[in-house]
Design a binder for this molecule. Structure first.
Ligand SMILES: Cc1cc2nc3c(=O)[nH]c(=O)nc-3n(C[C@H](O)[C@H](O)[C@H](O)COP(=O)(O)O)c2cc1C
Length: 198
């Protein structure tokens, strides 16, 4: 079959993977109910199946489902954010909004230290995160990649409480939970970010 495609006009050809990629949104409203254990396991396993440079698999995933700990982490991060010289970050910090949008599950993705040339565990971890976001969407579970968690990671004493294995550095968080509303269309994608040499 010929798969004609136009970014502006939309696809003439669709399959489950493409549909999932395009339907995934950053979800910022979650139901309180915890996701099923099987769903959590499938999502994390999808992370482990990401590609990695030289097959180093340099990731570590910490699944947190403890409400008090998540609220504590969010408080520490937002207090730090409020001090930021970047106005939108400071505003978000001052708003006191929960950094994880009250998602019932939050994954912390950490990268193993890089000891070889050309190895960049953050890149591999990003691939693992995207796999998990897509796996979540395929199960109709909401997810959101949280970079602002770096304001929590800045507090080394607090990070110790996450009981991370030796030699890993926390990089990002991922919220997971049943969606509080259906996905919207999401921000427009810029087709000018692609060029061709043929
Ligand atoms: C590295 C990275 C960090 C992000 N950090 C946050 C964050 O801290 N909080 C948040 O609400 N969304 C965060 N996002 C989600 C982006 O805002 C979102 O992906 C973007 O607006 C596009 O929307 P979409 O995911 O619905 O397509 C992050 C995304 C990436 C890739």
């Amino acid at each position: 079959m010929t798969n004609y495609y136009s970014i502006d006009k939309g696809a003439f050809f669709m399959n489950e993977v493409i549909r999932t990629i395009k339907n995934r949104r950053s979800v910022r409203l979650y139901r309180e109910e915890q996701i099923a254990e099987e769903e959590l396991q499938i999502i994390m396993e999808a992370g482990l199946w990401a590609p990695s440079g030289h097959n180093t698999q340099p990731w570590h995933i910490t699944a947190i489902q403890n409400k008090e700990l998540l609220a504590h982490m969010s408080n520490i991060a937002t207090k730090e954010m409020a001090k930021s010289p970047i106005e939108w970050v400071a505003r978000m910090g001052r708003s006191g909004r929960n950094l994880f949008y009250n998602a019932p599950t939050v994954l912390i993705v950490s990268g193993k230290q890089e000891d070889e040339i050309m190895m960049n565990s953050a890149v591999d971890c990003a691939a693992a995160i995207q796999n998990m976001l897509l796996a979540a969407e395929s199960l109709n579970i909401g997810s959101c990649w949280i970079g602002l968690i770096c304001f929590f990671f800045a507090d080394e004493e607090e990070v110790k409480k996450l009981l991370l294995p030796e030699g890993v550095k926390p990089l990002y968080a991922v919220c997971l939970g049943y969606k509080g509303r259906a996905n919207g269309k999401g921000p427009e994608r810029k087709s000018e970010n692609i060029n061709y040499i043929r």
